[in-house]
Design a protein around this ligand. Structure first.
Ligand code: SAH
Ligand code: SF4
Length: 385
């Protein structure tokens, strides 16, 4: 594992909930970007050129010298108006032979968020944060243990993806790339810090920026994007109606309300049956298979009876179960199920015709795996867990 730090000074103190990051072109639609150019006394197409530099070539304000199709005299004003630095890397940690990189980012108001880039032979996935912290309070999750700081803006979400795309496109490690030469970012999963559907407007705009072709966005395939939710039913139904065939992942973790109330406290508002009804509606409308996320917690939710109950809920539906051996977190003493327990659980699901896989947990040693993203170690302890 290697660590690098590039901490910037002069950060504003964090004012929770009140500060808004500065305007960035990734926050804006094409018309809004053009209006900014016009307000600077420039032709509207200058905004498109700037956007292309950002979305296609992943250039930052520091790279303005490379924007040679923009007259040098107008670059500073354009860049200042639409390419502020929103995220500064505080720490970058590599593991898995350099194929996994976790970056801790500091926002302009001092909040910390994280993203994780994972390179595989056939694809590259970045796991991004949608909020600084999370207010959903799932007790097994490091982010939940720390509470919510604030929603991220659209551009703060997009910036994490653009950074990953830049890293993948870099020719050498000296230029910031991962070992193995240049590649292409193919997948984005909203499984970092935060509950994406609790930050709906910013999430939706970010999805458009990721999917729209240049100069309006990165041009990623919607099928490569996964939004993971704790189960906010009205927002799942709303997302189904947006006409974006992104994959929905539902964090279920228990087939029964009694246990799910404990593991996923928002279940008291939207119980299992309602969450799954919304998930099946999502699958019907989009034609996309829904991922059911299930962290296997030793002696808590991993009994064969619960596997059978889960299978009964999912049989015949357009669904796939992702079993995640629990990643340990500081605020809970729960452990992952033993390998045998994992095998039995997955076999019982499969025996009942339910597709299921045990997810590989990249990045565990650098606390970059699911549920370990906390940025700051939580100070609270949970007695008895
Ligand atoms: N808030 C969203 C997305 C972020 S969490 C959600 O809950 O779906 C991403 C995934 O990591 C979720 O499936 C979540 O349940 C899972 N997760 C959280 N803590 C975990 C842990 N300690 N071990 C394994 N998975 C965990
Ligand atoms: Fe929030 Fe998801 Fe963690 Fe629950 S599992 S606390 S919803 S980030």
């Amino acid at each position: 594992m290697t660590a690098t730090t590039a901490e910037s000074g002069n950060l504003l103190p964090l004012v929770s909930g009140r500060s808004r990051p500065p305007r960035h072109l990734a926050d804006l639609s094409r018309d809004e970007r053009r209006a900014v150019a016009t307000s600077l006394g420039l032709p509207a197409f200058r905004a498109d050129q700037l956007a292309r530099h950002y979305f296609t070539h992943h250039l930052r304000a520091d790279d303005a010298d490379l924007m040679t199709d923009l007259p040098a005299s107008i670059r500073p004003a354009l860049v200042e108006a639409m390419l502020p630095r929103l995220l500064t890397p505080a720490t970058a940690l590599d593991c898995d032979g350099g194929q996994t990189r976790k970056t801790v980012w500091r926002t302009v108001d001092g909040a910390k968020i994280e993203s994780v880039l994972m390179r595989y032979p056939q694809r590259a996935t970045v796991c991004v944060s949608s909020q600084a912290g999370c207010g959903m309070g799932c007790p097994f999750c490091a982010t939940g243990q720390g509470g919510l700081t604030r929603n991220l803006s659209t551009a703060e979400i997009v910036e994490q993806v653009v950074d990953a795309a830049r890293t993948m496109a870099a020719r050498t490690t000296a230029e910031g790339g991962l070992p193995g030469g240049p590649g292409r970012l193919s997948n984005v999963v909203f499984m970092g810090m935060g509950e994406p559907l609790a930050n709906y407007a910013a999430l939706l705009a970010a999805l458009h920026r990721l999917i729209d072709p240049a100069p309006d966005g990165l041009g990623l395939s919607a099928r490569g994007l996964t939004v993971s939710t704790v189960g906010l039913v009205p927002a799942i139904r709303r997302l189904a109606g947006e006409g974006l065939p992104v994959t929905l992942a539902v964090s279920l973790h228990a087939p029964d309300d009694e246990l799910r109330d404990e593991l996923v406290p928002i279940n008291t508002r939207w119980p299992v049956a309602e969450v799954l009804a919304a998930a099946w509606e999502y699958a019907r409308v989009t034609g996309r298979r829904v991922s059911i996320e299930y962290a296997l917690i030793d002696g808590v939710n991993d009994s064969p009876e619960r596997a059978d109950a889960l299978a009964a809920l999912l049989a015949g539906q357009l669904a796939h179960v992702n079993l995640i051996p629990l990643n340990p977190t500081g605020g809970s003493s729960w452990q992952a199920s033993a390998p045998r327990g994992q095998r039995v659980f997955v076999e019982r699901l499969r025996a009942r015709g339910v597709a299921a896989t045990v997810r590989d947990t990249r990045g565990r040693e650098i606390a970059a795996a699911c549920g370990q993203l906390a940025a700051e170690p939580p100070v609270r302890s949970r007695a008895g867990r």
